[in-house]
Design a protein around this ligand. Structure first.
Ligand code: NI
Length: 204
C-alpha cells in the first residue's frame, strides 16, 4: 500500500466506525425513551385501583380477583343519594344494554361509600332498579375506606350525627379498568352513554 492509500483506508475505517456508533447511539436513545415512556405510563396507571376485600349483596366475600379477565367499570356512591348516584347507575345500565354482545366482557361494579346503611340486603333491594349485570359491593367501614383511597375517591358524611337521614358527599367518577384491574380512563358525571360505549369498544 502507498502512503496515500493507507491514509485513505484509515479515514474510510474511521467514517465507518463513526456511522456504526451513531446508529447504535441513536437506536439506544429511541428504545430507551420508549421504555421510559412505558414506565411512566404504567406507574401512572398503578396510581388508581388496587386490591380489595368486600362483600356482595349475598354477603359473599369478593376481591379484585373475581373480576379478572373483564373490563371493569367501577363507580362509588350510596343508595340514599338523591340524584347523582341513581342517574349514574342508570347511565351504566344503559351502557351495558347498548354494548349488546360485548357486554359480557364488561363488569360494572358499584361500591358503596355508606357501608353503615348500605348493608348487603339493602343494596340487593336497591339494585333491582338497575341492570342486573352490576355487582354491588359493601364492607366494613375500614375496607370501604381502603378501596376508596386506592381509587382516589373522596367521600364525607354530611350530618349532625343525630339523624339517620344524612347525605354523603362523594366523588362521582366512573373508572374504566382493564382486564387486570389497571386504570385505563375515567368518565366524569354527565358523560354521555354513547361516549362511554365508544371508549369501551375501542379498548376491547
Ligand atoms: Ni351520589
Amino acid at each position: 500500500m502507498t502512503q496515500g492509500t493507507r491514509i485513505f483506508f484509515a479515514v474510510f475505517v474511521i467514517i465507518i466506525i463513526s456511522l456504526i456508533a451513531g446508529v447504535f447511539l441513536f437506536s439506544y436513545r429511541v428504545t430507551h425513551d420508549a421504555v421510559e415512556q412505558r414506565t411512566s405510563v404504567s406507574s401512572g396507571a398503578a396510581a388508581i385501583g388496587g386490591p380489595f376485600q368486600l362483600v356482595d349483596t349475598t354477603n359473599t366475600p369478593v376481591t379484585e380477583a373475581n373480576f379478572q379477565g373483564k373490563l371493569q367499570l367501577v363507580y362509588f356512591g350510596f343508595t340514599f343519594c338523591p340524584d347523582i348516584c341513581p342517574t349514574d347507575l342508570l347511565v351504566i345500565s344503559n351502557v351495558m344494554e347498548k354494548l349488546g354482545a360485548d357486554a359480557e366482557n364488561v363488569k360494572p361494579i358499584f361500591i358503596t361509600v355508606d357501608p353503615e346503611r348500605d348493608t348487603p340486603e339493602h343494596l340487593k333491594t336497591y339494585m333491582e332498579n338497575f341492570s342486573p349485570t352490576i355487582t354491588a359491593l359493601t364492607g366494613s367501614p375500614e375496607a370501604i375506606a381502603a378501596v376508596a383511597k386506592e381509587y382516589k375517591v373522596y367521600y364525607k358524611r354530611i350530618d349532625d350525627g343525630k339523624t339517620k337521614d344524612y347525605l354523603v358527599d362523594h366523588t362521582a367518577i366512573k373508572y374504566l379498568m382493564d382486564r387486570n384491574g389497571q386504570f385505563i380512563t375515567h368518565f366524569p358525571a354527565g358523560t354521555d352513554v354513547d361516549v362511554i360505549v365508544k371508549k369501551i369498544k375501542e379498548v376491547m
